[in-house]
Design a protein around this ligand. Structure first.
Ligand code: NAP
Length: 320
């Protein structure tokens, strides 16, 4: 981030938005009671936390599921639970979404589906307190929250447009506000900046929000929408690979303040199905309440720069 950008963001910060966020954190998700019979919903990371509860919610309303998970055992259990409980189809693709190669494999498998994808939910994610680098050379939090969802959305653009109707929902976070001074666009892998779990997580979620601005333009007037939502502060398995101190703090302090993930699933269902938000795109929701994200997430110049950079990082620039 440059000093010029920092000054720009400081000028643009609105305290009113922070107070609105605090108020919205106490609001319930809007509920959609319409069924979703025989529709196809793709969910990444459906084996625990928010993704798992969301998978049950959609299946309970009649949707068939295609889940993208990393564990075969958990996926088999999920498939059996969902199919016997709700009588819908629950298939899965196994992939490590920190890997670009595997994200491309998923994207290509989704791209050749003959059925339309009605809702695509990018949910898989991790929170790390220490910097980890993938074998492909990317910082892990960036890879899973941002690069993976970018690759899948980008690859699916033509398929989704040809369907003339689809909703993409990215599970983002109010944590994008931790990247208060913007993205280190020239150091996305945290090689030259001090790594902090909160700021790297916030940066990856910020990058996701910036990509949404550009995707929303590409999808304009096509019937495809793309939105990002904060799923609430809810109980999940998040942070389970971090050290003992973090885990102790999470169990004894953070978890005591968290709600169950039912509100996240209700919100993800509403955003995926409700006719009340038909056509709404490029928005950030706190559960189902529309919010203005932090100024760095509205910076179209950085969004376009990041878009180009991402095409190069992922090799997509040479694939097209
Ligand atoms: N919980 C909150 O309060 C909160 C707040 C804001 C945003 N979020 C966001 O919500 C999303 C879901 O998180 P959660 O809190 O529900 O955490 P979680 O319980 O840890 O669930 C994460 C899911 O992602 C999967 N996953 C992790 N690494 C993966 C990889 N390399 N490849 C494929 N799948 C992978 C996990 O699979 P396994 O079951 O195999 O581990 C799990 O299914 C994340 O994007 C997170 O940033 C959560």
């Amino acid at each position: 981030m440059s000093a010029k950008k920092t000054i720009q963001y400081i000028r643009q910060y609105k305290w009113g938005n922070i107070f609105a966020m605090i108020r919205n954190n106490y609001r319930d998700a809007k509920i959609c009671t319409d069924n979703f019979n025989n529709k196809l919903v793709v969910i990444t990371g459906a084996t625990s936390g928010i993704g798992l509860v969301t998978a049950h919610k959609y299946a309970s309303m009649g949707a068939n599921l295609l889940c993208v998970n990393r564990s075969i055992e958990k996926s088999e259990k999920l498939k059996q639970d969902i199919e016997t409980t709700y009588g819908v189809v629950c298939n899965y693709i196994i992939a490590d979404l920190t890997s670009l190669e595997e994200s491309f494999k998923v994207a290509n498998e989704l791209n050749i589906l003959t059925k339309p994808i009605d809702v695509l939910i990018h949910n898989a994610g991790v929170f790390l307190t220490k910097r980890e680098i993938t074998p492909e050379g990317f910082e892990k939090v960036l890879a899973i929250h941002y690069l993976s969802s970018f690759v899948i959305n980008f690859t699916l653009m033509d398929k989704l447009k040809s369907q003339q109707k689809a909703r993409i929902i990215m599970v983002g976070s109010e944590g994008h506000r931790f990247a208060a001074w913007g993205l280190n666009i020239n150091d996305l892998n945290w090689e030259r900046h001090r790594y902090s779990g909160l700021v790297s997580y916030g940066s990856a979620k910020l990058a996701q929000l910036l990509s949404m601005l550009v995707f929303a333009d590409y999808f304009k007037n096509t019937g495809v929408t793309i939105n990002t939502m904060h799923p609430g502060a809810v109980k999940s398995e998040s942070g389970k690979t971090n050290g003992w101190l973090y885990k102790w703090y999470k169990k004894n302090v953070i978890d005591r303040t968290l709600k169950t993930a039912d509100c996240s699933a209700d919100a993800l269902y509403y955003l995926g199905v409700s006719p009340e938000i038909e056509g709404e795109s490029g928005n950030f929701y706190n559960l189902t309440t529309l919010e203005e994200p932090a100024p760095p997430a509205l910076d179209k110049d950085v969004a376009l720069e990041l878009w180009q950079k991402t095409l190069e990082m992922t090799g997509l620039s040479t694939k097209n």
